[in-house]
Design a protein around this ligand. Structure first.
Ligand SMILES: [Zn+2]
Length: 512
């Protein structure tokens, strides 16, 4: 698909031989950022530092109108560059001048500035657009949740293309101002701090700011009728939670879980170190999906997460991601264990604290309850492939890997690592290999074999037992825990956490 789009520029390059070399060095930015799991995701040639999104949304029609202003820097001399976006664009300006634009592929917007942009020069891109996000489909699927009273964008790895143009990959993180105009009586929820809220002529504008680098898939937008609760943590962090007025019987359990956000964060700070952002919260829109997502500072929770009563475990999982996934993001999507192994392990630590099963007991049960022939053991958490990016093995085997590390190096070093890593890579990106090296550095032990076994070798390894003599003997015989820990089913129920309802769409979108 891109070959056809690239052909004219190849022709152009040959014609450029007669003009000065400086101009000839301008070439189109790549249509993807280079992630082998999702070749169309992100783009090459520039880096975004800030998104300013000024939106108007009409809940009755699902019409979203917007002006997006992207502040970026050219990373090469650019004759043209791509944005990832699905809605209808009416105008694009680059550094103030109207630019030509064209669509290609499923999500590419090719922008040709009036004149080439020089490397290291600022690039201000203004995109005016409108459309109904529910009508933009990639092979029949839309990430946009249409609700009876509005709409919601919260998906992984793709959601941005349904509501704003971007360099849609975690490698290019940026700060965000999201300003949304909605009819009075409707609320607009996004990330970070609500800077202001003003009403005029029947419309209310909500101005949200996320002031730390944020991956595009962690930007969220929820429009609907919400009950909003606010509070402040002991450390002075503002908490904003939002609950659809339409949660029915799930309303009580949702609040009984998410209103503990401050308490859970305080506990996580004891494990992972200082909370990396300046705002907290969570929201539950009236969607029909089952998953939750760690949207930055304000996780998204589906009402179904609360079908069996309060579910603090899922709150622990999504808040753990604020350190592991949001502040420290994947370098490529193959590094998903950096997110999910740790968020799952945080749930195990919470269970340990609550007296509902220790992390060791949960690791033992996760190991012993799956026979060696279970396909579960064929998934490599360290490089699961796009089709298994959110497979249960990335979570459970990924968390067993951490228990194996804990047993190998002892609690003191283990928790020093859990606490040190988010600071060492704060607001950046990291690979699985970076974590292995960090763990080796802090522990002073060679760990390549341990991680090779647990993250990269298909098949069922020996049990992840503690290194006492008795336990070592036991590990060669039988699993150490034959009893299901009390928290097991509760944690397993959060496995729809990243059950994306869209394997079909994703396969078509990125599988070629
Ligand atoms: Zn997760």
């Amino acid at each position: 698909m891109y070959r056809r789009a690239i052909a004219p520029s190849v022709l152009a390059a040959s014609l450029l031989l007669v003009i000065p070399a400086s101009a000839a060095s301008s070439v189109p930015g790549a249509p993807g950022i280079g992630d082998p799991y999702y070749p169309a995701s992100g783009n090459g040639g520039y880096d975004v530092s800030h998104y300013d999104l000024r939106l108007t949304y009409q809940p009755t029609t699902d019409l979203l109108q917007g002006t997006a202003t992207l502040l970026a820097t050219a990373k090469q001399d650019l004759s043209r560059f791509n944005l990832d976006f699905g809605l209808q664009v009416s105008e694009v300006r680059v550094n103030g001048l109207k630019a030509a634009f064209a669509r290609s592929g499923t999500q590419e917007l090719e922008v040709t500035p009036a004149s080439p942009v020089k490397r290291d020069k600022p690039l201000t891109v203004v995109v005016k657009y409108a459309g109904k996000p529910s009508e933009f489909k990639v092979d029949g699927w839309t990430a946009w949740h249409r609700t009876p009273d509005g709409g919601v964008a919260a998906q992984e790895p793709d959601s941005a293309i349904w509501w704003f143009p971007s360099n849609d990959h975690p490698l290019d993180k940026a700060t965000f101002d999201v300003s949304v105009n909605v009819p009075d009586g409707t609320q607009a929820i996004s990330n970070g701090v609500l800077q202001s809220q003003t009403s005029r002529l029947g419309w209310t504008r909500y101005n949200w700011r996320s002031n730390k680098p944020q991956a595009t898939y962690l930007a969220t937008l929820a429009i609907g009728k919400f009950d909003i609760t606010t509070a402040t943590t002991a450390n002075g962090l503002p908490i904003v939670n939002a609950y659809s007025k339409d949660l029915g019987d799930h309303a009580g359990a949702a609040r009984a879980s998410i209103e503990r956000t401050g308490e859970v964060t305080e506990w996580l700070e004891g494990v992972f170190g200082p909370y990396p952002f300046n705002a907290l919260g969570g929201y539950v829109p009236n969607v029909t999906s089952g998953y939750a997502l760690e949207t930055q500072t304000r996780p998204f929770y589906s009402p179904r997460q609360f079908a069996n009563g309060a579910n603090v475990s899922v709150v622990v999982h999504e808040l753990a991601h604020q350190w592991y996934g949001d502040s420290v993001s994947v370098d490529g999507w193959k590094d998903i264990w950096i997110n999910e192994g740790f968020a799952r392990y945080a749930q195990w630590l919470w269970s340990e604290k609550e007296g509902e099963g220790t992390a060791q007991e949960l690791a033992d049960w996760a190991w012993s309850s799956r026979p060696a022939e279970d396909p579960f053991w064929q998934v490599k958490p360290g490089d699961p492939g796009p089709e298994n990016q959110f497979h249960g093995a990335v979570y459970d085997r990924g968390a067993i890997a951490l228990q194996a590390l804990r047993n190998e190096i002892g609690d003191e070093k283990f928790f020093e690592i859990l606490r040190g890593w988010p600071t060492a890579h704060a607001y950046g990106n990291a690979k699985v290999g970076d974590f292995v090296r960090y763990a080796e550095k802090i522990s002073g032990k060679p760990l390549a074999q341990l991680f090779e076994t647990w993250l990269y070798t298909p098949g069922k390894p020996a049990a992840p037992s503690p290194k006492s003599a008795a336990a070592t003997a036991r590990s060669f015989a039988a699993p150490t825990a034959q009893v299901e820990p009390k928290s097991w089913k509760k944690i397993a129920a959060t496995n729809t956490v990243h059950d994306h309802d869209h394997d079909r769409g994703r396969g078509h979108d990125h599988g070629h």
